[in-house]
Write a protein of this length. Structure first.
Length: 111
């Protein structure tokens, strides 16, 4: 089976997302981490479903250790939710399923 995966976001994409006025979730993980692999298709689907309403980003911390440091990541996966002003509103460590990701985006302002 082909597994859909979001590309690892770079600093420019992250900055644009946080300045977009839309809620954003950034999943910081690694392609090799089991819970991260399980979340990949969920994130891909949410990215497509909420395109234009919310930003769903993935950062591979093995490729971008600077991002892991700047977001203060201790364990992976970690999901960080930001409101439309780019302010962090929620953080979760570990696997997160689709309903919980949607709840996090709603807490960040998803309509």
């Amino acid at each position: 089976t082909v597994q859909a995966e979001l590309p690892s976001a770079n600093a420019v994409i992250i900055k644009q997302a946080l300045a977009s006025g839309q809620p954003t979730v950034i999943d910081l993980g690694a392609r090799s981490c089991i819970p991260c692999k399980k979340m990949a298709p969920i994130l891909e689907e949410l990215s497509a479903t909420y395109r234009g309403k919310a930003n769903v980003l993935f950062i591979d911390v093995r490729e971008d250790q600077a991002a892991a440091r700047s977001f203060g990541i201790q364990m992976i996966p970690t999901q960080i939710f930001f409101d439309g002003k780019g302010q962090e509103v929620k953080r979760h460590v570990g696997f997160m399923d689709r309903p919980d990701l949607i709840d996090g985006l709603k807490a960040a302002g998803l309509k």
